[in-house]
Design a protein around this ligand. Structure first.
Ligand code: NOJ
Length: 743
């Protein structure tokens, strides 16, 4: 009987596991409808379903062709992007369902990256909140707004792990960590796709950019990528898999190559891994003209061959390249691709159109009333304020200058203090800068003098004197400095990651007045700010927070909210340290600042300025020595669900005077492996609220896969031996317990 109960429980666990983690699965019944439709379609019409064109509403890439209406009418274009709002979409959908032979509705895609109309923090900023529910909610609100304004597909989440802050697209992802990236990828997919595809508050998610786009050499956008398969599978690949297993319906290829083959023509990525290993059932779309760009990569001679390479590799849909439209029919005739491959690709696209309910009601995502009620609703703004303040990271707070006191006179300085245009960041959907709350507006009611001081860029220092005078007359200086929104995002890599223009000089001059200086940073990447770190009294990293920027920052400055954000990416001391990241592998000559012959620089320490996982609070926390129990053997782990995972316990206490949240982070290190292992890797975290003096004992459980890795022979699993389990408030501030996995 006992055995039966055990088996039943095990079956339930396995079932639960598979329900929680399974790739998108089409609903039963749809296949028959798709087959019936496919049977009526000409080859041209099928290829039309594999074609995606931008409208002339916005440009998210180089213009290589114009026009799309006639293509819709003829059935040559079955999907559009960069078209939104009810009126516009409705008219285009009408052409598709009234004027084409088979009346197949269009998909409408758009880059809804961190909000549609209500703009949330940029994804890198949001990753700093270490609150998966908040991240899911933000994606869900973005989806609900987009799906009221005609859209049914977002080109998000971007799950590219990156260690290079020079890369402009660092703002769109979740930072440098693989495990955190996986959890955030899942949260975002769940948020975008909601409870069920077809609901009018859900859109198709598109995992991008598959794969390893975040490893562009030298942080230069569109550059090539080269890495070992071990490195790829361990650090870069897992977030795509997590997103696919969370049910993401579509995947976008990346611009770069992997192992010498551009991702868009890479069968190993698109078929071997994505379809065969992970069981992905949705469709794959190229990035913008990435199919055409394989000619520049020099792996094929012309665009026709690019189409053949792509389809044979596993690409279903051509974004903007018009290669499938122009050449695929001919390729079929010549036997370069098979008609049945085109059928299969069209089947994947049509299935999702059925799944979305577009055949029942092609206008289900175009509802004027819903659009008016949904966009920028009070609830959405409230949620944005909440997520925004959660995303702020307190990097420094000398003498507890923060929170500010209500009776203090504030000199509010800096080009971003009363600026609206930059606050929505890059990839800002349909967001309006005018809807944003500036820092000055957020601090309304305080005793404020506002002086700009300088511009974001340029060398003009004529505003310094007025800024310094305002500082001298105040009790405290709040200075908002940073980047322009367009300095990060696509095609926005920088070699210099310091504050642009004369902003740093302004801050340092303000520090010389002797007044406490609170620096509010607004930027899309980790910046190198060692001088500011040394001289400012307090620093808040606020990224680009979006619509509710000023209110969220005011909540933190005033102490109405105690900041609890933690960095999802290390901040280097200088660009010369890049890439600098916390989960590096052990070297043979570990860093020793006193020994020349170790892995180090002669002019700088190895550690970043602020490490991954770092962030302060207005209160303080202490950790007990963690304890751990192990009850599964190493060689059990790769074979079945571990009977009893490793359990770790630690007690966290609020040792300060204010209630606050702590992000307790758990890292592991395999001390002796068959290959070199990272010095630490995040494998769990818990965010907890503690009242002053309050303690909580936290329990973490580690599954076999958390201790597993690609072993010498490239199989995934654990090895017997000792592991350090570390728990603490940042990647560099931990307490350790050692455990042993027996054979
Ligand atoms: C190119 C970008 O790389 C991709 O992220 C985006 O979704 C497409 N353009 C469409 O705008």
């Amino acid at each position: 009987m006992k055995k039966l109960t055990y088996l039943f429980l095990l079956a339930q666990l396995l079932l639960l596991g598979s329900l929680n983690a399974q790739p998108y699965k089409p609903s039963a019944g749809i296949d028959a409808k798709v087959n019936a439709l496919l049977a009526k379609m000409t080859l041209d019409e099928k290829i039309g379903q594999l074609t995606l064109y931008t409208t002339d509403w916005g440009s998210t890439g180089p213009t290589i062709r114009e026009g799309y209406k006639n293509d819709i009418r003829s059935g040559a274009c079955g999907n559009l992007f960069n078209s939104h709002t009810v009126g516009f979409v409705r008219e285009l959908q009408r052409v598709a369902v009234e004027e084409t032979r088979l009346k197949i509705p269009l998909l409408f895609g758009f880059d809804v990256i961190h909000g549609y109309k209500t703009i949330f923090p940029i994804p890198l900023g949001e990753a700093a909140c270490w609150d998966l529910e908040a991240i899911e909610l933000s994606a869900h609100i973005a989806a609900a707004e987009a799906a009221s304004a005609g859209l049914n597909w977002t080109f998000a989440p971007m799950v590219d792990v990156t260690r290079d802050p020079r890369w402009g697209r660092v703002m769109e992802g979740a930072g440098e960590d693989t495990w955190l990236g996986c959890r955030i990828a899942e949260a975002r997919v769940h948020g975008f796709q909601g409870k069920k595809l077809g609901n009018t508050d859900a859109v198709l998610a598109c995992v991008k950019h598959y794969a390893a786009y975040g490893a562009s050499t030298a942080g230069r956008d569109y550059n090539t990528v080269d890495m070992s398969e071990r490195f790829f599978r361990e650090y870069y690949l897992p977030p795509y898999k997590a997103a696919v297993q969370a049910g993401a319906a579509t995947v976008m290829t990346s611009f770069n190559d992997y192992d010498g083959v551009p991702a868009t023509g890479n069968k190993y990525l698109l078929t071997t891994i994505l379809r065969n290993e992970w069981g992905f059932k949705g469709f794959v779309v190229t990035d913008y003209t990435s199919m055409n760009e394989m000619v520049n990569h020099g792996v094929i001679a012309d665009e026709k061959e690019a189409g053949e390479l792509s389809l044979n590799a596993g690409v279903d849909m051509d974004m903007q390249g018009s290669i499938y439209q122009r050449f695929l029919k001919q390729s079929v005739k010549q036997g370069k691709v098979l008609q049945k491959q085109i059928d299969e690709a069209a089947r994947r696209v049509l299935r999702l159109k059925f799944e979305l309910g577009l055949f029942d009601d092609p206008y289900r995502f175009c509802n004027e009333e819903r659009q008016n009620a949904t966009l920028l609703s009070a609830d959405h703004r409230k949620a944005a304020r909440e997520v925004s303040r959660k995303s702020i990271v307190l990097l420094k707070n000398d003498k507890n200058v923060l929170p500010l006191q209500r009776n203090q006179k504030i000199a509010l300085i800096g080009p971003l203090a009363d600026n609206k245009s930059e606050l929505i960041g890059n990839w800002n959907g349909a967001g309006n800068a005018d809807d944003c709350v500036t820092v000055a507006a957020g601090l309304q009611g305080w005793s404020l003098t506002h002086v700009k001081g300088c511009d974001i860029e340029g060398s003009d220092k004529s505003g310094f004197d007025a800024a310094l005078a305002a500082a001298r007359n105040a009790d405290v200086v709040v200075v908002a400095v940073g980047e322009k929104a367009m300095m990060s995002g696509e095609a926005a890599s920088r070699t210099d990651i310091t504050l642009p223009g004369v902003q740093e000089e302004l801050v340092l001059e303000l520090c010389k007045t002797g007044k406490p200086v609170v620096v509010v940073l607004m930027n899309g990447r980790p910046l190198a700010i060692p001088q500011i770190a040394q001289n400012a009294t307090a620093i808040l990293e606020t990224w680009w927070l979006g619509t509710e920027t000023g209110n969220a920052i005011a909540d933190v400055l005033s102490g109405a909210y105690n900041p609890a954000g933690r960095l999802p990416m290390s901040f280097p001391r200088s660009v010369g340290q890049v890439p600098v990241f916390y989960n590096e592998r052990s070297t043979g000559r570990p860093y020793n600042p006193d020994s020349k012959w170790t892995s180090r620089y002669i002019d700088e320490v190895n550690a970043p300025l602020y490490p991954f996982g770092f962030g302060l609070s207005y209160t303080t926390f202490s950790y007990s020595q963690p304890t751990a129990t192990v009850s599964f053997a190493a060689n059990d782990a790769s074979k079945r669900y571990p009977k009893s995972p490793v359990t770790v316990q630690v007690t966290v206490t609020n040792t300060g005077k204010m209630a606050g949240e702590e992000v307790a982070q758990l890292y592991v290190r395999d001390l002796v492996g068959s290959v070199t292992r990272p010095v630490r890797e995040l494998k769990g975290f818990q965010k907890i609220m503690l009242q002053p003096g309050e303690s909580k004992t936290l329990t973490f459980t580690l599954k076999a896969e958390d201790l597993g890795f690609y072993r010498r022979n490239m199989t995934f699993g654990t090895e017997p031996g000792e592991y350090d389990i570390m728990v603490g408030g940042s990647s560099q501030d931990v307490k350790t317990v050692r455990v042993r996995l027996e054979k």
